[in-house]
Design a protein around this ligand. Structure first.
Ligand code: DGJ
Length: 705
């Protein structure tokens, strides 16, 4: 803290970013700077007190507020003045807690800022405490408010639908407010993802431009508000969506917001993504530095039509491919109402005796005996109207009284605000895992959002449902992680309806989309790669798409590879290729999962894409190149310039993952290049429609672990 002209400063700093707060003479907290890291000698020159850092509603605020409180006496305002702050070093980051208080009313607000210097990430969360004797109401309670000042702002948002997740759109922000939010409750980011970029001045490219990347760690309704005011300043307010979600705060109670996570890069989006990936692997994703399991899933191949014998046969396919795990998907449960289609059985998590007479335990053992691990699909938050659970516990279901039930995928959501339901959901997972110690993986699905929502448990406090649901979900997951700290789990939500760092604390990976068409998947994975590291992005090879198997396999290799395909339908050549692909992937995956990602050719700009992952020691890299140009005669293919290598190092270049008997598409020049050459002249890929290449680049100095 420094004294400047009677105003004190608080500095939050990472290796690439500085955030400066000033405490004004009026004791209000102002944000004075957010941008590229400053030289400490220059802090004192920053005196800007135009932007109140966490501006409350009701007093002098003229634009979108960060917080709105209805006081116990009906006064609809909050006034926040700096009291004190505390700085501590905690587990790889510096934590600053800034205490603000209302001078007239007993409300305390702590801003909690965590700065991760190496990864250049700052997280912002808030605790709001009612220190009075009567209840107050929180009407808005953002995790963060940030201010930018630039001539222009460009927002990149990510939106979509089932099978069309993470479409990128970049738009200028001009006067007024733009809101990106979700009101879906569960399966919350089915339409809008809780991630964004804001570029200053002009649109940022992968390698140039000033850009802020932000995301909310919350598996529920979120809201980002971007408001450009009369002075062309931008305020960005991020947090839980307050739509229909007033939170009554009883005397003595505290409300904790989730963390808003952000990074600022003055070298474009690529650097921002690498910051997020490093932070995610080090701090945010369960076992982010540990290896992942390759797998064979049966959903696309069998749907719900299978029996024990068929599954045991499929284990052999997994073994043939060489994957680590067989994942049994939907359709294995239901006694009174067997799960033969999606109209029944959710909630009745006992094996269907017709399909699995010897149960999951038998399957888990049979798989283990064949040398492959076994995992299982669950959708524990849901209930089918045709189920024993529905018959027994109608009061455990979110549904409005006096209204028709409203189904989505023929199902309803359980009331996770109710501790009894939390116990039930915990037991579903715990009991399933306890059937046999060899059950080694869970795919946790969630196939609907909330509609017609009413919690029988919350009674007259219905405005709490959306938030209390997520809190209930986290309670269950906390308990499960205490008992099963490292069990790999995939977060799935009817494709990619739940992809956020609130959930990934408990999960090792997520399912990005049911769309596994090789070409469309390039766009989807490209989108996710902006915010999530490759080891969290499950990517399966299926029969979707008309591209050759090689193309689809190369796409899946850019994430956490799996298969969801009738292996028996592959011809001899395809099978030989796939076996080799799994082995190749096992060699390359440490670089893909833990390396630095460089997005080289943007599929939104031409019918080509290229991405590369560079090991931290810069001794190895993997380049992926895809080409779907049908008009090669008119459009020459330019060489792909690599990035992130050591200019001085000599690298060997080798195309791997080739179909048997096919030739390399890359001009290998005897295989030896300097890093300088590869980054300035690049690699030339012979163009072809639906051609793809995986190229290994290595100094031969040893393998990345
Ligand atoms: C939706 C998921 O995205 C699919 O992968 C599959 O697990 C189905 N649910 C099963 O119902």
């Amino acid at each position: 803290m420094q004294l400047v002209y009677g105003q004190e400063q608080l500095i939050i700093q990472t290796d690439q970013t500085t955030l400066v707060f000033t405490i004004g003479k009026d004791k209000k907290l102002y944000q004075s700077y957010l941008g590229a890291r400053l030289n400490p000698a220059d802090y004192a020159k920053i005196k800007d007190i135009r932007h109140e850092a966490y501006h409350p509603a009701g007093t002098d605020n003229l634009f979108e507020p960060a917080i709105q409180v209805l006081q116990a006496d009906g006064n609809p305002s909050l006034d926040l003045r700096y009291q004190k702050h505390d700085v501590q070093q905690v587990d790889g980051h510096q934590q600053t807690i800034i205490e603000l208080r209302d001078p007239q009313y007993p409300v305390k607000v702590n801003l909690i800022l965590k700065a991760f210097p190496k990864e250049s990430i700052i997280t912002s969360s808030v605790t709001i405490e009612n220190e009075g004797k009567k209840p107050v109401v929180l009407k808005q309670y953002a995790s963060s408010m940030l201010h930018l000042d630039a001539p222009n702002y460009w927002l990149t948002q990510f939106h979509g639908d089932w099978a069309a997740e993470m479409r990128m759109d970049e738009v200028p922000l001009n006067s007024g407010i733009k809101i990106i939010d979700s009101k879906l409750g569960a399966r919350a980011d089915m339409y809008q993802s809780p991630v964004f970029y804001v570029a200053e001045d002009k649109p940022a490219s992968e390698t140039t431009g000033k850009v802020l990347a932000g995301t909310l760690a919350w598996t529920g309704n979120f809201r980002f508000a971007f408001e450009v005011d009369n002075h062309n300043s931008l305020r960005i307010i991020s947090g839980i969506n307050n739509y229909n979600s007033e939170w009554p705060l009883a005397a003595g109670e505290q409300f904790n917001t989730p963390a808003f996570i952000f990074t600022f890069s003055d070298q474009g989006k690529g650097q921002a993504s690498r910051n997020l990936h490093d932070w995610a692997r080090n701090y945010a994703v369960l076992d982010g530095k540990e290896p992942r399991l390759t797998l064979l899933n049966n959903w696309e191949a069998t749907g719900m039509k299978f029996d024990q014998q068929k599954l045991v046969h499929l284990f052999d396919n997994g073994v043939t491919l060489g994957v680590d795990l067989f994942l049994l998907d939907d359709g294995w449960f239901g006694r009174k109402y067997p799960r033969d289609n999606d109209h029944t059985s959710l909630g009745d998590w006992q094996e269907d005796p017709k399909k699995l007479p010897d149960g999951l335990g038998y399957l888990a053992k049979a798989a283990t005996d064949k040398g492959i691990k076994f995992g299982v699909w669950l959708e524990p938050e849901m209930v089918s109207p045709k189920s024993e659970l529905y018959e027994k516990h109608p009061d455990w279901i979110l549904k409005l009284p006096n209204r028709d039930e409203h189904y989505y995928r023929n199902q309803l959501v359980l009331d996770l605000t109710n501790p009894k339901v939390q116990d039930f959901v915990y037991d579903v997972v715990d009991k399933t895992l306890s059937i046999d110690q060899h059950i080694a993986y869970v795919k946790w699905d969630c196939n609907r959002m909330m509609t017609n929502t009413y919690s029988p448990y919350l009674k007259h406090e219905q405005s709490k449902v959306a938030v209390a649901y997520v809190q209930g979900l986290y309670k269950v997951l906390d308990r499960l992680r205490q008992k099963y700290p490292h069990l790999p789990m995939m977060l799935c939500s009817g494709g990619g309806g739940r992809t956020d760092y609130g959930g990934l604390k408990y999960f090792t990976e997520f399912w990005p989309s049911d769309n596994t068409d090789g070409l469309e998947r390039i766009f989807i994975q490209w989108g996710y790669s902006n915010f999530f590291p490759a080891n969290t992005i499950a990517a399966h090879i299926t029969s979707w798409g008309k591209q050759p198997l090689k193309f689809r396999t190369d796409v899946a290799m850019m994430g956490k590879l799996g298969y969801d395909i009738e292996v028996g339908h592959m011809n001899e050549q395809e099978l030989a290729f796939s076996k080799l692909a799994v082995a190749t992937y096992k060699q390359l995956s440490p670089i893909i999962w833990q390396g630095d990602l460089y997005r080289l050719l943007n599929p939104y700009e031409q019918p080509q894409a290229a991405l590369m992952y560079v090991a931290k020691q810069k001794n190895e890299a993997v380049v992926f190149q895809f080409d779907w140009n049908t008009e090669r005669r008119n459009k020459p293919a330019y060489p792909v310039l690599l990035q992130g290598l050591d200019a001085k190092k000599q690298y060997r270049v080798e195309e791997v993952n080739l179909m048997p008997d096919s030739k390399s598409r890359v001009d290998e020049h005897g295989g030896a290049y300097s890093g300088d050459y590869l980054m300035k002249v690049g690699l030339h890929f012979n163009g072809q429609h639906y051609a793809s290449s995986v190229v290994k680049i290595s100094t031969g100095e040893g393998t990345t672990k």
